[in-house]
Design a protein. Structure first.
Length: 298
């Protein structure tokens, strides 16, 4: 089961309590129906839960009984009776004598709860969303450019910032920011799906942070090992040439400890002195040792 299907199944479980919200949700679904005209209304879906939801919406919002039927993989709900279609048009404020203009009648969406219900209906019919294991992406597709513009305006009023694009003959409204997707899903009634996306994002951020820290620590260890190897090689070359006299007396303890503990980090080696040295102090001594060793080679 895809993540989009999981989200839509969660939306289908949202209760239908307020008449205004039920009508608004049906409105959103109808504007993205296969056919929505003064002669015919036909809603089509492959999801059985959505088909049952649409059947209930038509009944509760417009008092229309419509039995779904199968055509291949899809379930259809169709209205061709003029009286029933007229009832839908009257409830949504459309003129039943002309073709539907795909725009929003904002009088049907006066309350925030109705706007959320409308967007739920839209997503049920035309929305998809990528799962937590993929890059953030939610889109709503329609063949009507004017409708995409109207719905974009509606989302902007809610503080959400969708983008739009053309894909073939379709017009697509989409989100790529995870925060916007999570906010939209929560508003339309899919908080569990939104939480799943949030948890995946947090887990990914933690994993990325750990990887960065490990990479940084590994790089530091490699850098320290390389520095220690260069120090040991320089010290041994100088000692082979002149013995301990290659280094001043005040550096000989450092020379001995570095040779005795070649894999120690700077901090570990500094702690072996009595009393312990600071890291900057030890670093200064090792630089001096390298300088003396280099002078011996030249």
């Amino acid at each position: 089961m895809s993540f989009s299907t999981e989200v839509k199944n969660e939306l289908c479980r949202v209760s239908m309590q307020r008449v205004c919200c039920t009508r608004a949700e049906a409105y959103g679904a109808l504007l993205h129906a296969s056919v929505f005209s003064h002669r015919e209304i036909r809603l089509s879906t492959e999801n059985a839960a959505i088909a049952r939801r649409l059947q209930a919406l038509l009944q509760r919002a417009f008092f229309i009984s419509c039995e779904p039927y199968r055509t291949g993989r899809k379930t259809q709900l169709a209205l061709s009776d003029g009286e029933q279609i007229g009832r839908v048009f009257d409830a949504l404020g459309y003129d039943r004598k002309s073709h539907v203009t795909y725009h929003l009648n904002r009088n049907v969406l006066e309350e925030d709860c109705c706007i959320a219900a409308f967007l739920r209906g839209v997503f049920l019919m035309a929305g998809t969303v990528a799962g937590p294991d993929k890059k953030s992406h939610l889109e709503i597709k329609t063949s009507h450019q004017s409708l995409t513009g109207e719905e974009t305006s509606l989302l902007l009023d809610l503080g959400l910032s969708p983008k739009t694009m053309r894909r073939g003959s379709a017009h697509v409204l989409y989100f790529k920011d995870s925060a916007g997707i999570e906010d939209l899903l929560t508003r339309i009634g899919a908080p569990h799906a939104a939480m799943e996306l949030m948890e995946a994002k947090v887990e990914k951020n933690i994993r990325n942070t750990i990887n960065r820290q490990v990479n940084c620590e590994t790089a530091n260890l490699v850098k320290a090992a390389d520095a220690s190897a260069r120090q040991v090689a320089a010290i041994r070359a100088a000692l082979d040439g002149r013995g301990e006299n290659a280094f001043p007396e005040n550096l000989r303890e450092t020379v001995q400890l570095r040779l005795a503990y070649p894999t120690d980090s700077l901090a570990e080696l500094a702690a072996r002195f009595d009393p312990p040295l600071s890291k900057p102090g030890l670093s200064h001594r090792l630089k001096k040792i390298i300088q003396f060793a280099a002078a011996e080679e030249s």
